[in-house]
Design a protein. Structure first.
Length: 309
């Protein structure tokens, strides 16, 4: 019971770090362009995971364990594919945050939990009735949250929604490669690939100065080290002996924390209409993760959440 409570607290802390990272991303835009911010944070996330990989390997060697890291070629291909998807999704998200609030971005991004089973239909994976009901709630929630009285959606909300779609593709790609290779190594490679890819438009169009990077050191460290490296490691530790359904539900609180921290730190305000939309979307996210009675529970694996932040 004690271990279970500790793991739940670690998952709650992970959700808080990921949710509040939207604030760091928003603040980072005051100093850096979106590609610069993403490139640096991704590289920092990859560097943060290097000692984790080293410690895990050394621990396994000490115990005489033969750690399964998978075929090197598969690991590299998987890292490249995941990194490309991550670069595209994080760029859409970072640019979108420039035109919307951190709270709304957090809730809209959380829609990947609903989009994944929908895309899974094209791969022969059937979704349950709860998921489809959740989709209906999410659509209604997005209407109240994002659609204005003039039946138009803001540029930022649209970009973040596209980000949620690409993140869904990213999750399905990870779902394919994760069972074949070491999850931490896969995540580390994808961070470096994403950082390099975002670095190309960074040098071409943004050309950041050292003073700008220095000024943004705090949001960069939070988004790069804490959100990508530390939170991911906490999730690996906590989910080892935690029911996957409980883990997913706790991690879903990320969207709530994004709205709360945006309100407390940035002073972002939401209308009653927008709050109602958030409530519908959060209900949809929770509903989508409740397994059916006769269905196999799909883990909300550490690899899936490796880089959504």
């Amino acid at each position: 019971m004690k271990r279970s409570s500790t793991n739940n607290l670690l998952l709650l802390l992970t959700a808080f770090i990921w949710g509040s990272a939207f604030v760091a991303q928003s603040v980072g835009m005051d100093y850096l362009g979106p590609f610069t911010f993403n490139s640096i944070r991704s590289i920092m996330g990859g560097i943060t995971l290097l000692p984790v990989i080293f410690i895990r390997k050394r621990k396994a060697d000490t115990k005489g364990e033969d750690r399964h890291t998978g075929d090197r070629k598969t690991l590299i291909i998987g890292g490249l594919c995941c990194g490309i998807a991550l670069a595209a999704a994080s760029s859409l998200q970072q640019i979108g945050i420039m035109y919307t609030t951190a709270g709304k971005a957090g809730f809209i991004t959380a829609l990947y939990i609903l989009i994944v089973p929908i895309l899974g239909l094209f791969l022969g994976k059937r979704a349950g009735i709860r998921v489809w009901f959740g989709v209906a709630l999410a659509v209604a929630g997005m209407y109240f949250l994002c659609i204005t009285d003039g039946l138009s959606i803001s540029r930022g909300d649209l970009l973040v929604f596209l980000c949620a779609i690409v993140f869904s593709v990213h999750i399905l790609v990870i779902d394919y490669f994760a069972p074949k290779v070491d999850g931490v190594c896969l995540s580390c490679i994808q961070f470096f690939v994403s950082g390099i890819l975002c670095g190309i438009p960074m040098f071409v169009s943004e050309q950041p100065m050292n003073s700008q990077v220095t000024a943004a050191w705090m949001p960069l460290i939070y988004a790069g080290v804490l959100s990508s490296g530390v939170a991911y490691t906490l999730q690996i530790i906590a989910q080892k002996n935690t029911d996957p359904t409980v883990a997913c539900l706790l991690l879903s609180l990320e969207s709530v924390f994004s709205a709360l921290t945006g309100w407390v730190i940035l002073g972002e305000q939401m209308s009653g209409r927008e709050l109602f939309g958030c409530a519908l979307m959060f209900t949809a996210v929770i509903l989508a993760q409740i397994p059916g009675k006769k269905k196999v529970v799909q883990k909300c694996s550490p690899e899936i959440r490796a880089a959504d932040k």
